[in-house]
Design a protein around this ligand. Structure first.
Ligand code: FBP
Length: 353
């Protein structure tokens, strides 16, 4: 029975009293959109919305019907409330202007409406990721308003649509998890003040890209795979769900490290994941839970964005492992790792000279 337990509405209103009280109302609208999406995704093949559209998004990816529908759901739930100066999404080339009939506010909502969409037709957990920034004044947002470092986020969160629907959130006072009580429609605080264990023996990376990785990542992953027989003297486990939300959720629940590094499959791309609506919100949640989030060469939240859909390398999770990866990148960049010669690296000297 959940009567008397803290609901999401109560939590955000209490946490945002004062300077950010309007943001409390915005977060409640986001939660309403999440409930709508949970209903849609939960229907699976009965929703009539499985499969792909003929259209592609700004990343050149074929859009799933659910990508477009979930994007619509968030726009409709959030555009009318009066807290927003503008919105931006993975599924829209340019920022979305608040329709003229609605009042404007000073917050900016940036989101990935359906993360892990390659899994949406195969009944594997998918999610929604969001980040909230602010402008100094209320009014119509300019594209440049969205290009703020992640450290300036006033809130971040994700919803995971799995066996249960959860919403994990930070407004800068820790990271907290809420579970949807379907009968009442309330999000109940079930995971207050989540902490990521400092150390871990579990890593997540798409190893099919191994031959394209930089040597520091090849070094780190081969050491994990060598387990007890190698310098780590401990066995590691591996996971890859191909839904970033599900990987990050697992790490918040039991620790681990998630990596989507830079690779030379497409040298023009600095990474696969998008800075503003994937890397930044997840980095805030992980850091607020005591973990770390890096590009391998620096804190993700310090990256100054240059474009709305820019990509970055992502390594996040248990602090000790992220620090070790940063050290390997530093040793590689400074040449201090030269003794670590392995056939793999000797062969792949692409990154050296
Ligand atoms: P979108 O589904 O929002 O485009 O996100 C990208 C993503 O699906 C991440 O959720 C996931 O971590 C990664 O791509 C999976 O990549 P890959 O297809 O290489 O396994």
């Amino acid at each position: 029975m959940h009567i008397g337990r803290t609901t999401l509405s109560k939590f955000v209103i209490e946490q945002t009293r004062g300077a950010h009280s309007e943001m409390g109302a915005l977060l409640i609208d986001v939660a309403a959109a999440v409930k709508t999406i949970s209903g849609l995704v939960g229907k699976g093949a009965l929703s009539g919305f499985s499969g792909s559209m003929a259209s592609t998004n700004v990343q050149g990816e074929v859009q799933k019907k659910l990508d477009v529908l979930t994007n619509e759901a968030i726009l409709r739930h959030c555009e009318w409330g009066g807290q927003l100066a503008g919105m931006a999404s993975e599924e829209m080339d340019a920022p979305y202007a608040i329709p003229a009939e609605y009042p404007r506010g000073r917050y900016l909502l940036i989101f990935d409406p359906l993360d892990g969409s390659s899994n949406s037709d195969v009944n594997v957990s998918v999610g929604t990721i969001f980040s909230i920034l602010q402008r100094s004044t209320a009014g119509d947002a300019e594209p440049a308003d969205f290009l703020q470092p992640g450290a300036r986020q006033v809130a971040a969160g994700y919803a995971i649509y799995g066996p249960s629907t959860m919403l994990v959130l930070s407004v800068g006072t820790g990271t907290h998890g809420f579970t949807l009580h379907r009968e009442s429609g309330n999000f109940i605080l079930t995971h207050p003040d989540i902490r990521v264990p400092e150390t871990t023996r579990e890593f997540a990376i798409n190893t099919s890209n191994e031959r394209f990785w930089e040597p520091p990542v090849q070094r780190y992953v081969s050491e994990c795979k060598a387990g007890k027989t190698g310098i780590r003297e401990a066995d590691f486990n591996m996971r890859w769900i191909a839904s970033m939300v599900a990987e990050v959720h697992r790490i918040l629940m039991r620790g681990g490290i998630f990596m989507y590094p830079k690779d030379n499959k497409d040298p023009a791309k600095p990474g696969r994941l998008r800075l503003l609506y994937e890397a930044n919100p997840m980095a805030m949640l992980i850091e607020q839970a005591g973990g770390a989030a890096s590009t391998g060469r620096g804190r993700i939240l310090d990256v100054v964005p240059e474009a709305l859909h820019q990509r970055v390398p992502v390594m996040l999770g248990s602090r000790e492992e992220v620090k070790r990866l940063e050290r390997y990148h530093h040793e590689y960049d400074t040449g201090a790792d030269r003794p670590f010669a392995s056939p793999l690296f000797a062969e792949r000297s692409l990154f050296r000279d």
